[in-house]
Design a protein around this ligand. Structure first.
Ligand code: NAD
Ligand code: TYD
Length: 355
């Protein structure tokens, strides 16, 4: 049995779906179901006893303690977080609460549970902390990609809160001996991605005939990894990662944002051509930039490749095609995430941006 937190979000749901498809081990899935949590992503698991869903907060110490005692997991994987940089600029409080205080609560509850385990279970136990490359800050054009030894230079409330959580996890290993491993991954994309983030937002807006808002000059670089490859890296680190180590996860796919948006448009032109024959690219609109916008992220994943023999299965070309196809094939999922709260967010984030 493993305990996953945040398993109704984008990466967590993909992880849970893959886990259940690949093995017989049960998974307890604790998720608060914030705006980003979506049980529809897990609807295929309805009635499957291998998946036990519990709605709750990683900050609820008593609940976590109860779940640990009741289910006796051999591992805890923490995906639960506030994850959107733009939201962290508009309201950082929730990021401090979940990403920092929540991680602290989870670590403390797990520490108590782990301390009382019999010796063999104790040494087999793992706490896997899922983090981001954004903790390393922003790279210049010619800088080498982030290694695990890059200094921490977080620039947004989101990345600062994730950096703080990484430090807590490290300290709980160093001080208490908690058997932790941490992964710092680059930008993910794929099915079930909430359409507030770049790639799904562009797909959903394009299909709705809306403008495609590119921040600033669109030349900011992100390093993209298909979500299923992130999940395979997490499984690998869980099984053979060395205790207390950090593993950077990435697919060597650096692309400027504008190229991503144009690729999405070209795929839509091919797979769902517009009735008037024009390209979706005509909907692109440059808007005012995100404050403090990091210019470039790039991950050096050689440690994970070399030590744990991990490799991504998708190239960007195969992954982005699968992603666009998934959104075209799942209009109901897309429709159902566009609630009133989602529309409020769009007007908050985009209404005041100058074209
Ligand atoms: P997401 O926002 O899609 O999902 C987060 C999930 O956590 C949601 O289901 C939400 O309901 C849940 N949650 C939020 N606060 C909670 C709380 N207090 N208690 C319990 N559950 C709570 O995020 P994601 O993109 O799936 O990211 C998952 C993890 O991976 C995060 O830790 C994020 O920092 C990290 N990460 C994300 C990316 C990316 O590109 N999306 C890249 C690297 C690392
Ligand atoms: P995002 O998906 O929010 O991920 P992150 O900020 O964590 O990297 O954004 C990816 C990039 O796309 C980032 O440089 C900001 C940019 N972006 C836009 O240009 N327009 C948008 O509407 C959004 C949401 C993001």
């Amino acid at each position: 049995m493993i305990l996953v937190t945040g398993g109704a979000g984008f990466i967590g749901a993909n992880f849970v779906l893959d886990w259940v498809a690949r093995c017989n081990e049960s998974v307890v899935n604790l998720d608060k179901l914030t705006y980003a949590g979506n049980l529809e992503s897990l609807s295929i698991l309805k009635g499957n006893p291998q998946h036990i869903f519990v709605q709750g907060d990683i900050g609820d110490r008593l609940l976590i303690e109860r779940l640990l005692v009741e289910h006796q997991p051999r591992a805890v994987i923490n995906f639960a977080a506030e994850s959107h940089v733009d939201r962290s600029i508009h309201g950082p409080g929730e990021f401090i609460q979940t990403n920092i205080v929540g991680t602290f609560n989870l670590l403390e509850a797990v520490r108590v549970y782990w301390s009382d385990l019999p010796d063999t279970d104790k040494s087999a136990f793992r706490y896997l902390h899922v983090s981001t490359d954004e903790v390393y800050g922003s790279l210049g054009k010619e800088d080498p990609a982030f290694t695990e030894n890059h200094r921490y230079e977080p620039n947004s409330p989101y990345s600062a809160s994730k950096a703080a959580s990484d430090h807590l996890v490290r300290a709980w290993h160093h001080t208490y001996g908690l058997p932790v491993v941490t992964t710092n991954c680059s930008n993910n994309y794929g099915p079930h991605h909430f359409p507030e983030k770049l790639i799904p937002l562009m797909i959903v807006n394009a299909l709705a005939g809306k403008s495609l808002p590119v921040y600033g000059d669109g030349m900011q670089i992100r390093d993209w990894l298909y979500v299923k490859d992130h999940c395979s890296a997490i499984r690998r680190v869980l099984e053979v990662g060395r205790l207390g180590e950090v593993y950077n996860v990435g697919g060597w796919n650096e692309k400027p944002n504008i190229e991503i948006v144009k690729t999405v448009c070209a795929l839509l032109d091919e797979l769902r051509p517009k009735a008037d024959g024009s390209s979706y690219a005509t909907q692109i609109s440059y808007v005012s930039d995100r404050p403090g916008h990091d210019r470039r992220y790039a991950i050096d994943a050689r440690k994970l490749e070399r030590e744990l023999n991990w490799k991504p299965a998708e190239t960007f070309e195969t992954g982005i095609r699968k992603t666009v196809q998934w959104y075209l094939q799942n209009p109901e999922w897309v429709q159902n995430v566009q609630t009133g709260a989602y529309r409020e967010w769009l007007s908050k984030n985009y209404a005041e941006r100058q074209a």
